[in-house]
Design a protein around this ligand. Structure first.
Ligand code: AHM
Ligand code: MG
Length: 338
């Protein structure tokens, strides 16, 4: 019997990336360097998030604090932090961010091979009540070596992502990252030394879970098929493991993270007009990429999220994430077979 590989738990994010353990050859210097920049963004934003309550004591958003300085909104601060970090090393040509109406060009050097999609601070309505929020990001390779990038470079299906991740500012700060085939790995931040350490190696979502996560307050606007699924998941059927328990934070990163670790299903369905709330490029696609890499599924209810070709930068999409069996059940109801 070959000796078991030594556990890597406890090694730093930087080492993990540098040694190519994310499943990408360590030789691709620009890529590893870019991934490390997300570690830096996470550290900088976490320090701001951890002081959020204090900023409120000193003065509210748009007002001046006791020093007479204007207090900036935390999501704007996170966005600026990200743009300034990614603008430094010349790997990232352009960014599409939830905080920006238009694409932001960062580097016109044709050697800048990557473009980035990001929601710098998702769930920001939860800041004031001290509930977990997060950062979501995805990395695409530019299709050709031109100078800069165009908005059309971003209108590619999520299956083209080369990396995706999120940072959860929860009871601790956790960075989860994947390059796809190399698996999904989580790193917990130790604020006393200022490093992320590997804490969740090779996360695999359970085949089926026992919780569902959806905003039931919107049920009057759901399509009939989703209402039927929702009634079914709450039916008492012990041998089929129902009813499921309900869990809903209202912060996508928190709800998706719990679903990834424990299994089950998260859904933000379409309303009757056919639209969801969440954004395809920087909310649905990174999570879809992460869930598939962990053995889960990501769907609109009718089609695979990662196959969806975006038509605009801020397009919204219905989003269903979770354990493969649970997402398949949902899709059955959408097809009218439930
Ligand atoms: P935001 O980008 O304005 O922060 O909104 C996104 C958030 C997600 O984190 C969460 O999944 C969803 O909105 C919750 O919406 P709702 O309050 O309708 O349930
Ligand atoms: Mg958001």
């Amino acid at each position: 019997k070959p000796p078991e590989a030594p556990s890597r738990i406890g090694i730093t994010l930087e080492t993990y990336i540098l040694e190519g353990m994310l499943g990408f050859p360590a030789a691709t210097g620009a890529f590893t360097s870019l991934l490390n920049q997300f570690g830096l963004v996470a550290k900088l934003v976490t320090s701001k998030v951890r002081r959020a309550g204090l900023a409120n004591v000193l003065g509210y958003t748009g007002q001046t604090n006791v020093q007479g300085e204007v207090v900036q909104k935390l999501d704007e601060v996170a966005n600026e932090t990200l743009l300034s970090v990614l603008g430094r090393r010349g790997h990232c040509a352009a960014v599409v961010s939830e905080e920006l109406g238009e694409m932001r060009l960062l580097c016109t050097d044709p050697r800048a091979k990557y473009i980035v999609v990001v929601d710098p601070l998702d769930g920001s309505s939860n800041i004031d009540v001290n509930i977990s929020i997060g950062t979501i990001f995805g990395v695409l390779r530019k299709s050709d070596a031109k100078m800069g990038a165009d908005p059309s470079d971003f209108l590619r299906p999520g299956r083209d992502l080369v990396a995706a991740g999120y940072v959860l500012y929860g009871s601790s700060t956790l960075l989860v990252i994947t390059t796809g085939l190399g698996g999904v790995h989580g790193f917990t931040y130790d604020p006393t030394v200022g490093e992320f350490f590997l804490s969740h190696e090779n996360i695999r979502i359970p085949e089926r879970g026992s919780t569902y996560s959806i905003n039931e307050g919107h049920s009057a606007r759901w399509p009939e098929s989703v209402r039927r699924w929702n009634a079914w998941i709450k039916e008492d059927s012990k041998h089929e493991g129902r009813p499921y328990g309900a869990r809903y934070v209202g912060s996508l990163v928190a709800d998706a993270h719990r679903t990834l670790l424990k299994g089950g299903i998260f859904a933000y369905p379409a309303d009757r007009g056919g639209q969801g709330k969440l954004r395809l490029l920087y909310e649905a696609n990174p999570f879809a990429f992460i869930f598939e890499a962990a053995g889960g599924k990501a769907s609109t209810g009718a089609e695979r999220i990662l196959d969806r070709v975006p038509r605009s930068l801020h397009e919204r999409v219905p989003l269903v994430l979770g354990s493969p069996r649970d997402v398949e059940d949902f899709e059955q109801f959408v097809r009218g077979e439930g």
